[in-house]
Design a protein around this ligand. Structure first.
Ligand SMILES: CCCCCCCCCCCCCC(=O)SCCNC(=O)CCNC(=O)[C@H](O)C(C)(C)COP(=O)(O)OP(=O)(O)OC[C@H]1O[C@@H](n2cnc3c(N)ncnc32)[C@H](O)[C@@H]1OP(=O)(O)O
Length: 221
């Protein structure tokens, strides 16, 4: 896994985000426009050429592989390629997650790009968002965790549009954290999930050094 260290200040992080977030938003508008446009074929062909030119410009200098998750030496994470919350990832649902001890929550507006059954949210997208949320809830209080098991129950179809989601830790047992999460529309809960999150034994840094995980340290003492 890529946990490289990048020694930049919070101000530099904000500066980079202020440049890249408008680009990501622009690409989100592009994705939505491609799905919903009704212009004629000649316009579609011309648009393809213009978009290919932009892609060529962006590819003139790019990193190998995925973006990874760089951390500052003070463990500010930059998961900017992340499929659920990546600031550089236009396919990520636009989630702005707030966390406090054992809780993660957010509101979002899902449009045409997140459709499964006609007019409704794709079940995989619902699971993706809830997976991210349970991960963030479990990782508060300094215990970063992976999803071991995620059980999702779709109670009724989730209409595209304004939604909210919430995850809350319900218990901890050694390296395991249990989390309950819900996705809701104006009429109440549409999807609920239960997760068993596992704190890995340690984090391997690029040089091979393994940082002990706080939960592991507790087990060993
Ligand atoms: C500073 C950083 C801040 C970070 C903020 C981050 C926010 C992040 C948000 C990210 C959100 C995105 C989230 C994502 O997308 S995370 C990506 C999706 N998840 C994965 O890729 C995980 C892949 N699996 C693994 O890496 C390992 O199998 C893990 C680490 C899960 C366990 O391997 P490990 O070798 O450590 O396990 P162990 O054998 O010592 O067992 C330990 C205990 O756990 C129990 N167990 C084991 N497996 C499972 C299971 N599958 N379900 C339920 N329970 C399981 C086991 O019975 C035992 O319990 P007990 O016998 O002790 O009672």
């Amino acid at each position: 896994m890529d946990f490289r260290i990048e020694d930049i200040s919070p101000e530099e992080i904000s500066r980079r985000l202020s440049v890249v977030e408008p680009l990501t938003e622009s690409v989100r508008r592009l994705i939505d426009a491609v799905i919903r446009t009704e212009v004629d074929d000649a316009e579609l062909i011309a648009a393809t050429e213009r978009i290919d030119q932009v892609v060529q410009t962006l590819r003139s200098r790019q990193r190998d592989g995925s973006f990874g998750t760089p951390y500052t030496p003070t463990f500010i994470g930059m998961p900017w390629g992340n499929a659920a919350v990546g600031a550089r990832n236009a396919i990520a649902p636009p989630l702005q997650i707030r966390t406090e001890s054992g809780v993660a929550e957010c509101e979002m507006v899902l449009g045409a790009a997140y459709e499964g059954p006609g007019g409704c949210v794709h079940g995989g997208v619902a699971a993706l968002m809830l997976d991210q949320l349970v991960g963030e809830a479990a990782s508060t209080d300094g215990l970063p965790s992976f999803t071991g098991t995620l059980t999702v129950r779709y109670l009724r179809p989730t209409r595209l549009g304004a939604l909210s989601a919430r995850a809350e830790v319900t218990g901890r047992e050694g390296r395991k954290t249990f989390v309950h999460a819900t996705l809701s529309d104006d009429d109440g809960v549409t999807v609920e999930a239960d997760a068993i999150m596992i704190a890995p034994k340690g984090f391997a840094l690029p040089g091979g050094e393994v940082l002990p995980h706080p939960a592991t340290a507790q087990e060993e003492n």
